[in-house]
Write a protein that binds this ligand. Structure first.
Ligand code: PLP
Length: 350
């Protein structure tokens, strides 16, 4: 096994997608500068929102390409990372036949998409210390495995997966390996983006939803081999990224300085909050975090969760998740919000 740069991605693609004749509009066939658009049955009034957005999102992709140092043809944009995840299933996984692997506990959308698409999901557990066991993952792979999902930093365990362990998997399989880097900006570890050129079975997911502060506009970025990006693009809704999102994303991506300031402040607050939580008698473990949240093991997690909810503070109860027994997941807020959380928790303390 093992991946070479001449690896043929189309060998992994579903037959119906290989044969697909994608939707195209007259504007796909035209490049130049027209001034009268009578091809798409748009309303001539209410400019500029009367027009359909660019299905190829070229301007936005150019901006992302320059920020991320990636060629344009390696970028797929989705209505959140969630669209990228769903498109991977629809392009690669034959329902009722193929399978995918998730390394649990992890982000629930991989499993939800598997179920919706009628695709078997094989679950491999992280080690007890939340580290990745590449051999356990490789053991679960067979010739029908199309996708392996790794999330680094991982949600909800908040740790970065070891680079060497991820590489063992990427180099050891003939399927696509998706590394979800939604929280990479909060991590000490570097992104795997620089490996994309040499690893043609690597798919990276990043998003504007976390460090960039734009969860509301829904923009997910998927980086992969141009062949795979081509298949994903032929399956997506033609106008999957709307005009308002493109506009706000273009503006938002100018704000790299602001984003870096937010990241720094969130990371500082993360340390402060972790230290404060550790002093509480009912807190057993505050796990080290490389993300913008803390996983905290407590006594009586359900009681703490409901107590906070009654005070209007909503956190996530992960206590029934394998390896996260007794644990709550808390997103880092503003300094003021974190102080209010701590005030509430100190009152709870006997
Ligand atoms: C929050 C999160 C995302 C972001 O999803 P979007 O659809 O881009 O908002 C992706 N992956 C993981 C693991 C997450 O926790």
């Amino acid at each position: 096994m093992g991946m070479s740069s001449s690896f043929d991605i189309s060998a992994l693609v579903r037959q119906n997608i290989l044969k697909l004749e994608p939707y195209s509009s007259a504007r796909d066939e035209f490049s130049g500068s027209a001034s009268i658009f009578m091809d798409a049955n748009e309303n001539p009034f209410n400019a500029p929102l009367n027009r359909y957005p660019d299905p190829g999102q070229l301007d936005l992709k150019r901006k992302i390409a320059s920020i991320k140092g990636q060629p344009l043809e390696n970028i797929f944009l989705g209505n959140g990372s969630d669209e990228g995840i769903d498109m991977l299933f629809r392009v690669l996984c034959e329902p009722g036949r193929d399978n995918v692997i998730t390394v649990d506990p992890t982000y629930a959308m991989y499993g939800v998409c598997a179920q919706i698409n009628g695709v078997e999901r094989r679950s491999v557990l992280l080690n007890k210390d939340f580290s990745l066991n590449p051999h356990a993952v490789l053991d679960a792979v067979d010739e029908r495995t199309k996708l392996i999902f790794l999330c680094s930093p991982n949600n909800p365990t908040s740790n970065t997966l070891e680079r060497e362990a991820m590489l063992k998997i990427i180099d050891g399989v003939n399927c696509m390996v998706v590394v979800d880097e939604a929280y990479i900006d909060f991590s000490k570890g570097p992104s795997l983006l620089s490996l994309l050129k040499e690893k043609s079975n690597l798919v990276l997911l990043q998003t504007l939803s976390k460090a960039w502060g734009y969860a509301g506009i829904r923009l997910g970025m998927l980086f992969a081999h141009p062949d795979l990006v081509g298949y994903l693009s032929s399956v997506k809704y033609p106008y999957n990224i709307n005009t308002l999102t493109i506009e706000r994303a273009m503006k938002g991506l100018e704000g790299g300085e602001q984003t870096r300031t937010w990241i720094k402040e969130i990371i500082e607050e993360r340390s402060r909050l972790a230290e404060a939580l550790e002093l509480l008698t009912f807190v057993k473990v505050v796990y080290p975090s490389d993300a913008n949240f803390l996983l905290v093991q407590v006594e009586y997690p359900a009681a703490v969760y409901h107590y906070l909810m009654n005070k209007g503070i909503i956190i996530r109860d992960r206590s029934s998740v394998p390896l996260c027994e007794g644990s709550l997941r808390i997103t880092i807020g503003t300094k003021e919000e974190n102080r209010m959380l701590m005030d509430a928790l100190k009152t709870l303390q006997p």
